[in-house]
Design a protein around this ligand. Structure first.
Ligand code: IMP
Length: 178
């Protein structure tokens, strides 16, 4: 399975340590708020699970799927195929994202979420690739790792739906990166 990986960018130990730090920070900020942890499917599943397990406050889970990503280039086009199951009005929502690349997907998702009139809404992303940003409206409050402009996979992130189950974040070999 590792034949498409150029190098390990973030290993299991680094992931574990940093996610625990972010979980602690969010827990401190959301004491007594019972946030809705909103997992953006499918790439955020690994981060979402590890993050929530390490938060020591009351919280609830919800899920949303709004993506369109083919190969290694984002189309920016968003289609919601799974909507949140809860009424988010007056709730404190924390959007849990795997990676922010151009930011176009999340910017569309945020517009949809704002229309539900939550009490507050913040973003946490495991990975941030600021060099690729095409919108200035996306400011994640809790960032796991800022990474360079390379296509990464593993720990939830896919390459054409595969490799999500790698326990680390790896860089795709150049020959596959368009
Ligand atoms: P954006 O709209 O360009 O910010 O792309 C957001 C989505 O594209 C993420 O939620 C990922 O699913 C996917 N994506 C962006 N960069 C990568 C990458 O390096 N590896 C795997 N998926 C990525």
């Amino acid at each position: 399975m590792q034949e498409v990986i150029k190098k390990v960018l973030i290993n299991e130990e680094q992931l574990d340590k940093r996610i625990k730090e972010v979980a602690k920070e969010i827990s401190n900020d959301y004491k007594d708020k019972t946030p809705v942890m909103l997992c953006l499917l499918k790439g955020s599943v690994s981060y979402f699970t590890r993050l929530c397990e390490n938060m020591d406050i009351k919280l609830v889970y919800d899920f949303m799927k709004a993506s369109s990503y083919h190969g290694t280039e984002s189309t920016g086009e968003v289609k919601v195929t799974v909507s949140p199951s809860m009424d988010l009005k007056d709730k404190h929502v924390i959007v849990v994202e795997d990676i922010i690349d151009t930011g176009l997907t999340l910017s569309n998702v945020m517009k949809i979420l704002q229309s539900y009139e939550p009490a507050s809404i913040e973003i946490t992303t495991l990975l941030d690739k600021p060099a690729r940003r095409l919108t200035d409206g996306i400011n994640p409050k809790y960032v796991g790792f800022v990474i360079p402009d390379e296509f990464v996979l593993g720990f939830g992130l896919d390459w054409d739906e595969e490799y999500r189950n790698l326990p680390y974040v790896g860089v795709l070999k150049d020959e596959y990166y368009k």
